[in-house]
Design a protein around this ligand. Structure first.
Ligand code: IPE
Ligand code: IPE
Ligand code: MG
Length: 236
């Protein structure tokens, strides 16, 4: 028996297709990234309305550092702007901000803003918005393995004590429930190094639209699709 359909507690989104959205319009790629910020606002509001507890957005991957410097710079600039503009809204909307990924690779200015907003919103309860920045799931898993190995060498734990639960507690998502629903826009059917451990049993919905065209109604539709799924978790 699967569990009854309900609102996903945690939605994770691979926000893809900004570049193609811009190209279709003869615009520079950065304009696509800028337009994508509006979709973020829409999706956040839709999640609050539905009572979704966690929204994780894949904003920049470990691999995205290999894009041309001008694009990386544009993305970092937009992230800064997003944080400046959103700081007040997040507070007003009672949204808690968290960041996962190799944050130490981000510019200092951006890290300072992130630290300030995450501290300021730490007790907010309407929604937890998790930004995956300079994030790579393999890097996250390797870091967890390394810290467990260090604890074992220091004699704090024995290797036999390492189970799923303990492993997960060493990931950056410790304390956050696994995503129930994984959405990827732009029609691509791949995971691109996102939350590999955490999406073991997520329902996957691929949306054809490019991210800047994604609206609240699209989010509601993915949730309806999710509700029609029969989650089995390996049982019958
Ligand atoms: C997603 O859009 C945003 C980031 C990866 C930062 P893309 O920039 O990947 O756009 P496409 O996939 O090239 O259209
Ligand atoms: C995944 O999109 C990363 C983000 C959305 C931030 P990419 O556009 O980087 O992924 P690939 O290269 O198509 O797999
Ligand atoms: Mg892409």
């Amino acid at each position: 028996m699967g569990s009854p359909p309900e609102i996903p507690r945690h939605i994770a989104v691979i926000m893809d297709g900004n570049g193609r959205w811009a190209k279709e319009r003869g615009l520079p790629r950065r304009d696509g990234h800028r337009a994508g910020a509006e979709s973020v606002r829409e999706v956040m509001e839709a999640c609050i309305e539905l009572g979704v507890e966690y929204l994780t957005l894949y904003a920049f991957s470990s691999e995205n550092w290999s894009r041309p410097a001008s694009e990386v710079e544009a993305l970092m600039g937009l992230l800064d702007r997003f944080l400046d503009e959103k700081a007040k809204d997040l507070d007003k909307q009672n949204v808690r901000l968290l960041a996962i990924g190799q944050i130490d690779r981000l510019p200092q200015k951006t890290r300072d803003k992130l630290a300030r907003i995450t501290a300021h919103t730490a007790n907010h309860t309407a929604l937890t918005l998790v930004l995956a920045l300079s994030y790579g799931a393999r890097e996250e898993i390797v870091a967890a393995a390394r810290s467990l190995a260090e604890e074992a060498i220091a004699g704090k734990i024995s290797p036999a004590e390492i189970d799923n639960e303990r492993f997960a507690s060493h990931l950056q998502t410790a304390g956050i429930p696994d995503p129930d629903l994984l959405v990827r826009t732009s029609g691509e059917m791949r995971v691109s190094n996102f939350l590999l451990w955490q999406i073991s049993y997520a329902e996957i919905v691929i949306v054809k639209k490019f991210w800047p065209d994604f609206r609240q109604t699209d989010l509601f539709e993915t949730v309806e699709e999710y509700k029609r799924r029969h989650r089995r978790f390996g049982a019958l």
